[in-house]
Design a protein around this ligand. Sequence first.
Ligand code: HEC
Length: 606
Amino acid sequence: MRCVCLLTFILPAMLIAQDGAAIYKERCASCHDAAEGRAPKLDALKTMTGEAIFTSLATGGMKKQAEGLSPQQLFALLGFIAPTGQTAIPGSERSCKGDAAFHPKLEGPGWNGWSTSVTNSRFQDAKAAGLAASDVPKLKLKWALNLGSVAGTRGQPVVLGGRLFISSQTGAVYALDTDTGCTHWSFRADVPLRGSMKVADANGIPVLYFADGAATIYALNAESGKVIWKVHPWNFVGSMATGTLQIHKGVIYQPISSLEEALAGDAKFECCKFRGSVIALNAATGEKLWQTFTIPEEPKPTHKNASGTQQYGPSGAGIWSTPTIDEKLGALYVATGDNYSDPPTETSDAILAMDLKTGKLLWSRQLTKGDAFNLGCSPMPTNCPEAMGPDFDFGQPPILVELRGGRRALIIGQKSGMVHAIDPDHKGAVLWQTRAGEGSALGGSQWGSASDGKNIYVAISDVGISTVADASTPMGLRVVVDPNKGGGLHALDLEAGKIVWSAKPAPCAAGRTDCSPAQSAAVTAIPGVVFSGAMDGHLRAYSTASGKVVWDVDTAQEFATVNGDAARGGAMDAGGPAVVNGMVFVNSGSSFMPGNVLLAFSVQGK
Ligand code: HEC
């Protein structure tokens, strides 16, 4: 999951062998510490978010000043500035009139967490969806929210009890009214969120739980937005939370991923010591209950690379998606990513089963062997493991489904383009495997599939990207997307993995720049309809019977918003639509085609 790590900046505060203070003194202090002058003082820079500073240095006003700095130096500089993100975010003030109380029924209609269920089906039943298949073509825009001056959006909207919880890459978390989009409260996390949120009851209070990008975990009173507790359960440089936390019976399960895979692009980096893990916490108190690593053995020194830098392994197998809960067996399942260094392990690109209570590893099933990869492998190998794996992480969780005859399966799409079904009742024995896409480092199936109990709906990214030299960027490279490559949506039957239908990718509109037909964002299903957002900016609804497109909205345009300036949609990536009580909520914009908007659709429209 490399591009997402590199482009969406999160701040591993204590970084690296580079001296951020020295870089600041040499490159920045002459203006920013000058007694006179237009440049904001260091204290003022500190009030910005890490992402805003990074954007300024990478592509914004300070690009020239940051010229020639390596990614490591940029991160070290940011580590020295230590941004807190405390400036107010325009448009995040309370705007709802009155004091509508928030006491949701947790079992009531909602989209609570990454999925509607702990099985991660991403399926909304007819009652909670409140939207018949025949009404989908009538959906119109009801309101839009400006998510701030950010290039992209990531979050999966969470909806419960008439509230919508959404995060922005400014670091803001909003509690909105689903009907009007007015803001009940907003909160500023230390670092922008990469994953979504979930509401659970603790001591009779509805609590909103989430982790920020640097894996600090928050419990907020969901009614007021006040912090109940906040913990940082594990200190490890470059570790981050990408997968949404799961909550079950008073316990939080937070998956951990990492930035190390990207940092290893520098041959001077001692790659790699990170191991993926799940951390379990008491939801009432934040107390850490257990942490289970995806690689049992600790990394040891292995060899020196061509630059003489000591390398370590085994490492990697980060968890990029939310855990799946098996209430029958008292187990949780997670899907892992690649190894970052040699030697490759048996638990990378695998499904792991852990005991819900103790975290004990019950079994693991590897689906791609020998996948040790880091950013040192591309575009030109500088610091690549010998295995030089294909980077076929799992970016999505397995979906736990029932088959005929009381059998069950865990079904999951992979960046390799394969869809796998394994048997949770027989230690993950493979039931079937079907190819749905070509596969590549950002290809195959990325963030999430959906299942209505009959089929699994798998969207294919297979984005065509290449890097071209561009001296005007700090990294000396620019990413370009191929408008003729990637995309497609497939329905596979659950029993045998047979492809029931395939919907071809829609071609990019003529004249649209930075356009890719890739379908990387998570998919959402309701009875009769499956929704899939594409990197060309379109959200499309397909008939689950035929794969025919029944509704198509172009989000890559400007929208008037309820909280201030107009906002834009762009490429759709990461999170997917939430469908609740006749409304569809989705955000739009990613680094490929920037955007900063949250959209709410209903049959009545405005
Ligand atoms: C030649 C003088 C100069 C140098 C050197 C310089 N800056 Fe700036 N910087 C400015 C000025 C002037 C502004 C205010 C720009 C404005 O208000 O339009 C600014 C603004 C910024 C901002 C606010 C966001 C923005 O883009 O306006 C950030 C962040 C920033 N600088 C970071 C840095 C960092 C980090 C360095 C060192 C790598 C650096 N600057 C080097 C002059 C400088």
